[in-house]
Write a protein that binds this ligand. Structure first.
Ligand code: PMP
Ligand code: GLN
Length: 401
C-alpha cells in the first residue's frame, strides 16, 4: 500500500527540484554519443605532483577521519593562499573551515545563517545548488539579474536598480558568485561596492562563492568582496580545489571569514558530512603553494581554449560575448533560428552531436533574468583541444541545415 509519503517522495519544500540539469545533460550526452560541453568538468587531470601527493597520503595511511575543522596543514595553506592572492589575514585555527567541496560550504553557510522566512539575495542566473539550499533552509530567494550590457559587448552586468529593489528589512544574506557561473562575468570593484553598500545598510551577511577565482582572463581582475572596506567582518568566502586543480571529483572546499561566522558554519557542517577527503587534504595543501607560474599557465591555457570554442561558435552561426572568467561561454542561437534554449539543447545532440546547458535552467520562472536568457545556451571550454575542435566541427552542421 502506498502512503502519502511514497507518493510525495520528498519533503514539500524540495518538490520543485528534479534531477540537476548537469546530470540530465551528461546522461543525454552519454546516451547519444554527443560531445559533452554541458557539465563543467575538465577532461584532463590536475598537476602530477598533486596526484602523486594524494597517492602517497593514501599509502602513508592518512585514511581515517581528519579533524573536524580540517587538516591543520590545509587550514594553514588556505590562510596563506588568502594572504598571498588577496591580502587577507586569517587565523588558520579559527577562520578557516574545510568542507566537502564548495557545495557543502555554501549549503552549511546558508543553513547556519538564514532563519525560515529570511531573505537571501542571489544573482540570477543562479548556480543550481543555491535555490535548493535556500529552500531547505525555508528562506526566500530574492534574485537580482545579471543582464547583457546595453553596450552590445555581450558582458552580463549587474542590474543596479534591481539590486537595491532586492534588499528589504528581511534581507539576511547576500549569496554572491564571482567569477560567475554561467555568464562568465567577473564582478567589477564598482559592482561589488554597490553590493557592499547595501549589505552594510541592511546589516546583511555576504556569502561569496569564488570557486573560479583563478580562472580569470586578460583584462579582468577578481576582487574578493571581503577586501572591500568594512566587508571582512560580514563576509564568508567559499572556494574549492576542484576548479583550480582540475580535480572536481575530490570535493575539497573551504570557507573563510570571521571566527564567529566560521564557527556557525562548522556547527551545521559537522552534521552534514562531519569530515571528508582525508588523503586529499594534505595534497591540496601542497598544491595551493605552487608557484605563480602554475596559476598563470592555468588561466592562460584556459583562455586559449575559451577563444578556440568561441571562434567555433561564431563560425557555426551563434553570437557569443567574451567571458571574463570561469569554464563557460554563453552562446545565442537566435541567428540560427532557435528562440528557446531549452528546446535547442534537447535537440542539439541530434542536430549536431553536441551537448550544452540551457541558461534558463539557472533562472527562476518569471524571474528578472528569465526573458533575456530564454534563448541562451552555456557551453564549457574546460576540455582538451581535440574535444573542442571536434565540437566546433560538429556545430558547423547547424549552418548546413
Ligand atoms: N559553485 C559554483 C559556482 C560552481 O560552478 C560549482 C561547480 N563546479 C560549485 C560551486 C561546486 O563546487 P564543488 O565541486 O567544490 O562543490
Ligand atoms: N559546477 C558544474 C557546472 O556548472 C557542475 C557540477 C554539478 O554537476 N553539480 O557545470
Amino acid at each position: 500500500m502506498s502512503t502519502s509519503l511514497d507518493r510525495a517522495g520528498v519533503v514539500r519544500r524540495m518538490r520543485r527540484f528534479g534531477p540537476t540539469i548537469f546530470a540530465e545533460m551528461s546522461a543525454l550526452a552519454l546516451r547519444t554519443g554527443a560531445v559533452n560541453l554541458g557539465q563543467g568538468f575538465p577532461d584532463t587531470d590536475g598537476p602530477a605532483s598533486l596526484l602523486a601527493d594524494a597517492a602517497a597520503a593514501i599509502g602513508a595511511g592518512r585514511n581515517q577521519y581528519p579533524p573536524g575543522q580540517g587538516e591543520p596543514e590545509l587550514l594553514r595553506a588556505v590562510a596563506e593562499h588568502q594572504h598571498r592572492f588577496h591580502g587577507l589575514a586569517l587565523d588558520p585555527a579559527t577562520q578557516v573551515l574545510v568542507t566537502a567541496g564548495a557545495t557543502e560550504g555554501v549549503a552549511a553557510a546558508v543553513l547556519a545563517l538564514a532563519e525560515p522566512g529570511d531573505e537571501v539575495v542571489v544573482l540570477e542566473p543562479t548556480y543550481d545548488s543555491y535555490a535548493a539550499v535556500i529552500a531547505l533552509a525555508g528562506a526566500v530567494q530574492r534574485p537580482v539579474a545579471l543582464l547583457p550590457a546595453a553596450d552590445g559587448s555581450g558582458r552580463f552586468a549587474l542590474d543596479r536598480e534591481g539590486l537595491s529593489a532586492a534588499f528589504s528589512p528581511r534581507t539576511r544574506l547576500v549569496l554572491l558568485n564571482t567569477p560567475h557561473n554561467p555568464t562568465g562575468t567577473v564582478l567589477t570593484r564598482a559592482e561589488l561596492a554597490a553590493v557592499a553598500e547595501l549589505a552594510v545598510e541592511h546589516d546583511a551577511l555576504v556569502v561569496t562563492d569564488e570557486v573560479y577565482e583563478h580562472l580569470v582572463f586578460a583584462g579582468a581582475h577578481h576582487v574578493p568582496i571581503a577586501t572591500l572596506p568594512g566587508m571582512a567582518g560580514r563576509t564568508l568566502a567559499v572556494s574549492s580545489a576542484g576548479k583550480t586543480f582540475s580535480v572536481t571529483g575530490w570535493k575539497v572546499g573551504w570557507v573563510t571569514g570571521p571566527a564567529h561566522l566560521v564557527a556557525a558554519v562548522r556547527t551545521v557542517k559537522q552534521f552534514l558530512t562531519y569530515v571528508n577527503a582525508a588523503p586529499f587534504q594534505p595534497a591540496v595543501a601542497h598544491a595551493l603553494a605552487l608557484g605563480d607560474d602554475f596559476y598563470r599557465d592555468l588561466a592562460d591555457d584556459l583562455q586559449r581554449r575559451r577563444d578556440l570554442l568561441r571562434e567555433g561558435l561564431l563560425a557555426a552561426g551563434f553570437t557569443a560575448g567574451v567571458p571574463e572568467g570561469t569554464y563557460f561561454v554563453v552562446a545565442d542561437p537566435r541567428p540560427l533560428g532557435f528562440e528557446d534554449g531549452t528546446a535547442f539543447c534537447r535537440a542539439l545532440p541530434e542536430l549536431a552531436g553536441v551537448v550544452g546547458v540551457p541558461v534558463a535552467a539557472f533562472c527562476s520562472e518569471g524571474g528578472p533574468a528569465a526573458a533575456a536568457t530564454r534563448p541562451l545556451v552555456r557551453f564549457t571550454f574546460c576540455k582538451s583541444d581535440a574535444v573542442l575542435h571536434e565540437a566546433c566541427a560538429r556545430l558547423q552542421a547547424l549552418r548546413r541545415r
